[in-house]
Design a protein around this ligand. Structure first.
Ligand code: IMP
Ligand code: MG
Length: 176
């Protein structure tokens, strides 16, 4: 375990094996659902980059990939205002956009990104999140593909971080 992270109490939540099985299922579903569509996959940086990299290799379609970068967490677990750091670069107009996000907590980030992308007039907009926390249930945004639904705990690993540490852990851990 990385030192900044090992000072915290951590517990394994999802092993890399479990994650990889679920990611390949999601990829198969997406392949089926988008088989006749002009698909653009938009990854959310930084947290979504590992999930995106694994997922797209299970999507057997000629998809175009782009990224959007937002920041919502400062040092650690405290939320702050969302900032658009880098917008998508390719045209999304009249195209079928699938947003790939690491995790959904309060849905604030998603709400912000959805507005940003909808302003570009895509043909459709759907969301694929590896993890959805249970507290986000009451929010109005529909998430079309969900890898895992988890309790309201802070997690790290597989792209997700605590103060920028832990993204490279192959498994996902809960910080107690
Ligand atoms: P939301 O805006 O509250 O839905 O939070 C979404 C973003 O906050 C995610 O994309 C993550 O980058 C970050 N985040 C939320 N919960 C966690 C967590 O438990 N661990 C690490 N990052 C988190
Ligand atoms: Mg994120």
């Amino acid at each position: 375990m990385i030192s900044a992270v090992s000072e915290q109490e951590t517990k394994l939540l999802l092993s890399s094996d479990e994650i990889s099985k679920r990611v390949s299922q999601l990829g198969r579903e997406i392949t089926q659902d988008y088989k006749d569509k002009d698909l653009v996959i938009v990854g959310v940086l930084k947290g979504g980059f590992i999930f995106l990299a694994d997922l797209i290799r299970h999507i057997k379609l000629e998809a175009e990939i782009d990224f959007i970068r937002v920041s919502s967490y400062k040092e650690g677990m405290e939320a702050r205002d969302i900032e658009l750091i880098s917008d998508t670069a390719i045209s999304l107009k009249d195209r079928h956009v699938l947003l790939v996000e690491d995790l959904i907590d309060t849905c604030r980030t998603l709400d912000f990104i959805k507005k940003t992308i909808m302003s570009k007039n895509p043909a459709s907009f759907q969301i694929c999140a590896l993890i959805k926390k249970k507290k986000s249930r009451e929010t109005k945004i529909a998430v079309n593909y969900i890898g895992f639904e988890i309790d309201d705990k802070f997690i790290i690993g597989y792209g997700t971080d605590l103060a920028e540490k832990g993204r490279n852990l192959p498994d996902i851990y809960v910080i107690e």
